[in-house]
Every structure is written in C-alpha cells, then in structure tokens.
Design a protein around this ligand. Structure first.
Ligand SMILES: *Cc1c(COP(=O)(O)O)cnc(C)c1O
Length: 392
C-alpha cells in the first residue's frame, strides 16, 4: 500500500511506541498519587509538557493536555464565550475552518452568540483587513486556522494576531496541520491559544493540547478533580502524553525532511496536471503546506476515484461525500469558488515521512487511467465540450 492520507492521520513512529510502552505496564501510576508510582508518572507528564512547550516557544504551565485537536478547539471557543458573566458575545472565524471549529461556532450561535465567517480567496487565503473590518464592540475571540486540512493553505495568522492584540481581543489558531511542517511559534504568531493534535505528527491518537497564554481567562469544559490547573479534569492519559511529547520533539527536528517531501509533492502536481486533462489544483502554490496536493477532476465523483485508487493500493481522500448523510461537497472547496460539480471530483493526496520517489511515480502512472475510466462511464463527460464551454 502507498499511504497518501497524512492529513487524516499518520503512522506512529516506532521510537514513540517504545517510549510509551512502560507507561502501559510497569510505570502505571496515577500522576496525582503521592507515592513513587505517582511521582514517576507525574515526572513523565511534566517532561512531555516541557518538550511541547519548548517546541512552540511557550512555557510549560501554558500547555493544557486534552483528548486531541477537536477538544482543544472546543475548549478555546467555548472556554472564552461561555466563561465569566459577560453574556452574549461575537466570534470571527473563517469559512474554511475544520468542523471542530465550525460546528462549535454553530452550537454557540444556537446559544445566542454571533459569528462572522470571513471569506477566502480562490487560493484559500483569508484577508486580515476583512477580519479587522468585522471586529465589533462585543467581539471576544478571533479563531483562524494556521493551515487548512483540505487544501493546505497557510493563513496570515501573525498579521491577524497583531490586529487582535491591538483591539484587546483573544486570538486562537488551530495549528493541527501546521505543526511539524512549518515553523509554529506562539510568540511569532501573536496568539493567546493554539490547538495541536498528536496523531497528525506521528504520535498516538486521542491526545493533544491547547496552548493557553499566561493570563488568558478561560473556563473549563470538563469539571472534576481539578487536573491541568483546573482547566481539564480527569486522570491524565499518561502513555499518550508521553508519546505526544516525544512526537513533538521529533517533529521539530524533522524540518529538513519537509524539503524532500515538498519536492516529491511538486513532482506529483506537475505530473497530474500534465497527464490528465480537465484537472485543476485546488489551493494556490504559494503559502501552502509542503505535503499537500488537492486536485479536482471534472466530470467524475471523488468517492469512486478514492475507491479505485484503494483497489490499486493507493490511499487518498476526497472532499466529496455523496454516499454519506450530507450531499454537499466540501465547504472548503465551495468557499474557494469551485462549482459543486468540480468540488465533487476532488482528490486530496497528502505525503509524509515514509513517502518515496517510487510512490509518487506509481501514482502518476496509475491515476490517469483511473480518471479516464471513470470519465468514460460519466454522463457528464459525454457532453464535456458543451458543458466546459458554458462554464468558462
Ligand atoms: C485532524 C484535525 C483536527 C481534529 O483533531 P483530532 O485530534 O483528530 O480531534 C482539528 N483541526 C484540524 C485542522 C485537523 O486537521
């Protein structure tokens, strides 16, 4: 199999499994216990907290462990809006956020809060000026993702963070996709809160963190024994946290490999655009994650494409969701201006540490035949010239 779905999750590195292993067995203590078992587990957690803080320019007390990116995003948004006694508030976010942010916003809207969704360019980038113009007296939070999970577009978070700071508004960014691929530093980015997930950086699933800048007023989502400075109660996922810490340490030491991955990704994009007609690259070439390629092939359906690729041993993903409950294609692809037909024919290929030249070559060999085969079956393709002329 050739795995090209690293934006969905990554294979865990064996070094990481090794450091986690003892915390599943002999080092099983509860970090809140006062005996040596407890102290040992506590020390392991604090070591991981230091590794993570160091990797993003934070201090250890600013790292709050969670169950992953989704919980971290919920904690940031709900924690600010539902905290205190300040009543209803306003959030500014973008139209292309991950569902962990967008669905949380929708739920806050149902509670009476208001949300402005700023638009993105054809390349998938927000405009900081549009964010600034959306600021109101009751704006409490701006949440703009660092890099998009579907099309890899990197947002000008530092510029938006500076705007937020000058208006005295909290700034959150979802950095789940950017960590380990581009530099992520909480001070350079001017953010109060930043979400990270371990399983997107070759660590274990079900663990992540929210960076919370010292002095940020945040209320907890989960109440109990007061763990994580009262922000996230519940006995810590010790083995997961240990693995997450190691994953962060390795991720920031691995930036060199991103050059190799970017070169492979560019080769892949060039080959696909050269070999397959009626194809577009979704997202621009500038300010884009080094490992992301996202194409739309007109006249075909993304899910069939992913299934046929899988049958040939290649794992990718699509923004189309025809067979699932909702019929709408990806909100991200619609937001960058694709018509629904092209949005349905999308394919995301995301490369990683294990991707080789041979893998990319193989995809470039196999993909044109699969796309052509699906088009031959497509009623849309039969009238391609007419429909293409109309849409242009
Ligand atoms: C994967 C992802 C999440 C969710 O993280 P989990 O740890 O899987 O909950 C949030 N935001 C982005 C951008 C993601 O890619």
């Amino acid at each position: 199999m050739i795995y090209l779905d690293h934006a969905a999750t990554t294979p865990m590195r064996s070094e990481i499994l090794e450091v986690m292993h003892p915390y599943f067995s002999e080092r099983f203590g509860n970090p809140s216990s006062l005996h040596s078992y407890g102290l040992d587990a506590r020390a392991a957690i604090e070591r991981a907290r230091e590794q993570i803080a160091q990797a993003i320019g934070a201090t250890p007390p600013e790292i709050v462990f969670t169950s992953g990116g989704t919980e971290s995003d919920n904690m940031a948004l709900r924690g600010v809006l539902q905290g205190g006694r300040r009543g209803k508030g306003h959030i500014i976010t973008s139209a292309i956020e991950h569902p962990a942010v967008l669905e949380t916003c929708k739920s806050l809207e149902r509670l009476g809060h208001e949300v402005t969704y700023v638009s993105v360019s054809r390349d998938g980038h927000i405009n900081p000026t549009e964010v600034e113009e959306a600021i109101r007296d009751d704006t409490r939070l701006i949440s703009i993702m660092h890099a998009n999970n579907e099309i890899g577009s990197i947002q000008p978070v530092a510029a938006v963070g500076a705007i937020a700071a000058s208006h005295g508004i909290y700034m959150h960014t979802d950095a789940v996709q950017s960590v380990g691929k581009i530099p992520v530093n909480v001070n350079d980015l001017n953010v109060h809160m930043l979400s990270i997930s371990s399983h997107k950086i070759y660590g274990p699933k079900g663990v992540g963190c929210l960076y919370v800048r010292k002095g940020t007023k945040l209320s907890p989502l989960i109440f109990g024994g007061g763990h994580e400075r009262g922000l996230r109660s519940g006995t810590e996922n010790v083995s997961g946290i240990v693995g997450f810490g190691e994953a962060m340490r390795l991720a920031v030491n691995d930036f060199a490999d991103n050059k190799r991955i970017k070169r492979l990704r560019d080769t892949l994009i060039d080959a696909v655009l050269r070999e397959i007609p009626y194809t577009r690259l979704n997202g621009g070439k500038e300010s884009r994650l080094p490992n992301n390629a996202n194409f739309s092939f007109s006249y075909i359906e993304g899910e069939s494409l992913v299934l046929r690729l899988s049958a040939k041993g290649i794992a990718g993903s699509t923004g189309s969701a025809c067979s699932s409950k909702k019929l709408e294609p990806s909100h991200v692809l619609l937001a960058i201006g694709l018509d629904p037909v092209d949005a349905h024919g999308s394919l995301r290929l995301t490369l990683g540490r294990g991707t080789t030249d041979a893998d990319v070559q193989r995809v470039a060999e196999v993909l044109p035949g699969i796309v052509d085969g699906l088009r031959q079956m497509s009623p849309l393709f039969a009238c391609q010239d007419e429909s293409h002329a109309k849409r242009e």
